[in-house]
Design a protein around this ligand. Structure first.
Ligand SMILES: *Cc1c(COP(=O)(O)O)cnc(C)c1O
Length: 401
């Protein structure tokens, strides 16, 4: 018994890797130049921000790319640029992170929540019913925790109903469905470069689209003034004819310092995705072998980025779930439980979003009641990941016993 209690992991679940030295050097050059504002360029200079936009556009395989100050700002701008008006209904996942309903509220729209399935994806049956019931013309689809739903089927449903899809790709930068990148299905996609996502600039966001007018509206909304021709990956000037007079300036520009540290990280993203997935594989295999733990099913059509892992304990009571958080913490493992009544840390429960109309989501609530989540930072080695997974299994058996 003492032996088991003594097994303790000492790593930090919130410690990301250092910013690569190339990125630090690029940041120092920006600081030395004094030109931190994206439009403050020397003659003939492209600037770090426009260069990042062009590189991300090429990596993502979209026609246009716009950087902004955060993923949440990208979502809000994407909604407005897609035509969402105050009072409009916007469908979104019943299980997502608070910036998603936050962006809908900031656009003055009404969030209409859609149920999720046992494997954390949007329930396409409830999506169809919700479209019919709400008459919504927009879906802000959150690929929450990197789980993609059947994107072909989803697009079929939305196209048939004339619903515009805005993809929240905060957890799917680099993921794909049947070889097509997440973000390239809907009308517009939003990504985050906040510290806990797949690239780290502290705060930051990216928006991609193939629609020239939408890109122009988003650019003006982001606070481009009439300097939009300095964008590296924006549409041609003609696309701005209406947007330049119609769109308010919401001042959400990315600065050169953040762009400078993101460019080398973008170059390393594919190899980091492999490193995340190796860690995910180690943890998932160990958890899947435990009879009490239900891991989340993945489709063969899905290429994902395992930067976090989720699992369920369908047989556990609320008391046992709380017990598991404590038992895991005694082993040095930081788990998040989505079934708690009071919001803690990063909030994902629709019950704590009281600024919007309360909605009944019995299945989502049932799934979240025994749902756990854990970050897999790249600072953990694969051996450490194996230890963490074994400690979770130990904690589960201590609580179940
Ligand atoms: C992080 C996150 C966002 C937006 O993040 P910012 O912190 O605003 O950059 C949006 N959706 C989900 C699901 C997220 O986890």
């Amino acid at each position: 018994m003492e032996d088991i209690v003594a097994r303790r992991f000492t790593g930090s679940f919130t410690q990301q890797e250092a910013i690569p030295s190339e990125a630090v050097e690029a940041a120092v050059s920006v600081l030395q130049s004094g030109r931190l504002h994206r439009y403050n360029l020397a003659g003939g200079e492209t600037g770090e921000v426009a260069a990042l936009e062009a590189e991300y556009r090429d990596w993502q395989g979209s026609r246009y790319c716009l950087t902004v100050t955060s993923g949440g700002q990208a979502l809000q701008i994407a909604l407005r640029a897609s035509g969402v008006k105050p009072g409009d209904a916007v469908l979104t996942n019943g299980f997502t992170l608070a910036p998603v309903p936050g962006a809908i509220a900031a656009a003055g729209a009404r969030a209409h929540l859609v149920e999720i399935t046992d494997d954390l994806r949007l329930d396409l049956g409830d999506l169809e019913a919700s479209i019919a019931r709400s008459g919504a013309k927009y879906l802000m689809l959150s690929h929450m925790r990197g789980h993609l739903c059947d994107m072909e089927q989803l697009m079929q449903i939305c196209d048939a109903a004339g619903v515009t899809v805005i993809e929240d790709c905060a957890h799917t930068m680099g993921a794909a469905w049947n070889g097509k990148r997440s973000g390239n299905f809907g009308k517009v996609a939003c990504f985050s470069t906040q510290t806990y996502k797949h690239m780290n600039s502290g705060e930051g966001g990216l928006l991609t689209t193939d629609d020239a007018e939408l890109a122009a509206r988003a650019t003006i909304l982001s606070g481009s003034y009439m300097l939009y021709e300095r964008h590296g990956a924006g549409p041609e000037a003609a696309a701005y004819e209406e947007a330049r007079y119609q769109m308010p300036n919401c001042s959400a520009r990315m600065d050169a310092l953040r762009a400078a540290i993101l460019r080398p990280q973008l170059a390393a993203l594919d190899s980091n995705i492999e490193r995340w997935n190796a860690r995910y594989g180690v943890v998932n295999d160990i958890l899947a072998a435990d009879a009490q733990i239900t891991t989340i099913t993945r489709s063969n059509a899905e290429t994902f980025v395992g930067s976090s892992i989720q699992f369920r304990l369908p047989g556990f009571s609320a008391g046992q779930c709380r017990g598991l958080l404590e038992a895991a913490a005694r082993h040095g493992v930081e788990l998040k439980w989505f079934g708690g009544r009071e919001p803690v840390g990063f909030t994902s429960s629709h019950h704590s979003w009281q600024y919007m109309q309360g909605q009944s989501l019995p299945h989502t609530d049932q799934v979240m009641a025994t749902l756990f989540d854990m970050r897999l930072p790249l600072t953990f080695s694969e051996e450490e990941c194996a230890l963490v997974a074994e400690l979770i299994c130990e904690a589960v058996s201590e609580v179940a016993r």
